[in-house]
Ligand binder design. Sequence first.
Ligand code: ZN
Length: 317
Amino acid sequence: MNAPFQSEHFTLHVLAEGVYAAIASEMEAGSSNAGLIDLGDQTLVFDAFENPQAAEDLLTACLQLTGRKPAVVIISHFHPDHWAGLQVFAGSAILATHATRQEMIPIAEEMREEKQEPSELENDLRETEANLAAETDSVKRHQLQVSIARQRHTLEALPTLEPTLPNQTFDGKIVFHGTRRSAELVVTGKGHTGSDCILNLPQDRVTFIGDIGFFQSQPFMANCSPSEWIAILEDMATWDMEIFVPGHGPLGSKADLTLEVRFIQTLEDLVRQAVQDGCSVAEVLGKTLPPPFDAWQADRPHRFETNVRSSFKRHSD
Ligand SMILES: [Zn+2]
């Protein structure tokens, strides 16, 4: 089936009539996935990408496919790869949990400072480019190329960047009653971050789970609460849902939730045991995860290092 809208930044998948998942293209300006939901008499957007360049395309898709701007834009959690494009949706209600908005405030301030003084970001880019020129390992070269693409998109957006915060906060649950379908916005609490929320479409058996879901790659665990995250994923796997739209990676099913649980457990077990045995962080970083996660580890060594270091800190405290 042809995509109903073309963008270099994402591939738009039709999950049901009026329900779209925007799956980010590697190396482009999205960096995370988003959703577009036509409730019949109003439109919802779920997450707003890392840059306005990608969010602009989502707004255009929204206008073309639903005939209107979104009434509500939902931000799943505070990581800026999900909301730095928000300025495009100024004028809509922008919703996040109270805790998420609080975490966004200093990040928005940092963005304003970078806009005033971009030299640090420019230096970072030059450094990454120099690292790429000196790197011969193909996996590491690819990682550096992805980093360079992200840094360039951010710098490109900076002169016109208007860091935008949610203008409404909520806690608990909101149900949007549309003429065509309903959508349930649910706070899942601690998990991937200190406060995550998801959007369920019960009639379509589709759920947008933000970064509760990283499919077919290592989740980013630096701000997580592993046991709560696992509990959420295990609970979701019992729901009457068919399609899970993750924050990163392709569309998934319950099997992807289960695999993600296994990854988090495997990494946590590895680090917990190492701390008990008196190992150093460097020793843990030298270990290899069992299959199939060895491939995930090899694919993103930098993510593995971040995850091990944060897990090590949790288990050492
Ligand atoms: Zn995240």
